[in-house]
Design a protein around this ligand. Sequence first.
Ligand code: IFG
Length: 544
Amino acid sequence: MSLPAPSGSARPHPSRLRSTATRLASVVLLAAGAGLVTVSTAAPATAASMSDVVPAPASVRPDSGTTYTLGPDARVLTEPGSAPAAGVGAYLAGILRRSTGYALPVAPAPSGTPASGVSLLLTGADPSVGDQGYQLDVTASAVVIRARTGAGLFNGVQTLRQLLPPRIESATVGPGPWTVPGGRIVDHPRFGYRGAMLDVARHFHPAGTVKRYIDRIALYKINYLHLHLSDDQGWRIALDARPRLAAYGGSTQVGGGSGGYYTKAEYQDLVAYAAQRYVTIVPEIDMPGHTNAALASYAELNCDGVAPPLYTGTDVGFSSLCTSKESTYTFVKDVLTELAAITPGPYLHIGGDEAHATSPAQYAAFVNRVQPMVAGAGKTVMGWHQIGAAAVDHSPGRVAQYWGTTTSDSQVSTAVSRGAKVVLSPANRAYLDMKYTSSTTLGQDWAGYVEVRTAYDWNPGSYLRGVPSSAVLGVEAPLWTETIVTEDDIEYMAFPRLPAIAELGWSPWSTHGWDAFRRRLAAQGPRWDVMGIGFYRSPQVPWA
Ligand code: IFG
């Protein structure tokens, strides 16, 4: 699997650069005026420390007397005969070449322990690394990342990036030295599912934006991207079986804009782009509620046979597929079968939230008929935790995604008691569309304000009563887009809270601690500035 260099992952948005530089300069000048710091305008050249990595690695053994310096003659050496290793090598070389200007050829590693350069090997890793972990060794002469899979090598590369100076993330060549602090890291994730969700239905976000979001979430070892592809305001995936869904149902969005949708080819391109970064796409078709775009597109989906107008507001809970008509189930089966055929990942998300226009009996009957369709398409059911309702059957391996604001919920514990796993997205912790504070312009506040510490300071392993850690598949940070229109909006709401959720999904609970985390998060700030990520400079974090 070849990995081209990331496309456009550094996006120095003109407005952002101006605003960032202005902000930085004003802070520096203020501080200088107060005699607190010496004025410096260059991006910090500070060498990274092994203890700055986010998510925190499982084990870090710094060797403070050792530093590796990447030189112009360095090579990227990869496990001989392994296409995944070569792919990760090409990905890493692409990033390093852009900022160092070095040639950094990628070649199969010679036998034996490499004596120089950066090596990505699939032998000799500590057995604790498992399928997604890695071992990283930095000596004065070489950097060696060992893993058992391409995913493990990819995750090791994300850590290596953070051990290099922030300028390594630049899209243009700059000066070194390109140092890496010496020592050993042996790392592996606490949970297997570490997700982000992007709602492309309320406001449509083009494929380029989604790709850059994939680049960003991959920095923090997130390995699932849940795309909320349909809702009242829009249908965003073109399907041959029902062409009007995208052509008409995708023609608008919240506020009445022109909306948009992904063709099947664009969706498959997103799936491939994500896979090259070891991110699996989870597509969601929300039903039976949140379906006005589909109901407007096909009259037969409505109980009265009348298609409602397209909807561009932000109310929820008013729509429902007609659960008593056979045409509804033919529709659902056609949609899920076609979507499954272009989705290599294991999950199809069927939504199931806020079906307030569907009676509980109708809801249960509907979900009980739809779950086997997902299984029939070779996929595993994922749904918002309302699918845990007692009258809804368990579907083998299904995942209930918890989005409530309490620490106990009968629907989740019922689902778990029948064998479901849980992905935790508590709205008052993990919803990235929640305002940071009352002065945040973007976002909503129905689940309360979510500052960085609120997003960080909870334990997914013991968060829900009746849900043991063994039933927790992982975490996911949804970003709903009722108020999120541009890529700048996405970045402002996702950073710095997404890395906090990513750490909860990856790092051992033994490494959890707000004081250390806020300092490690602060060290990410200069990297985001170099990458042009316009993040919220939370007053809770000691930014450089
Ligand atoms: N709840 C709705 C979303 C969205 C959200 C905004 C879920 C599962 C509020 N459902 O979250 O569609 O409107 O914060």
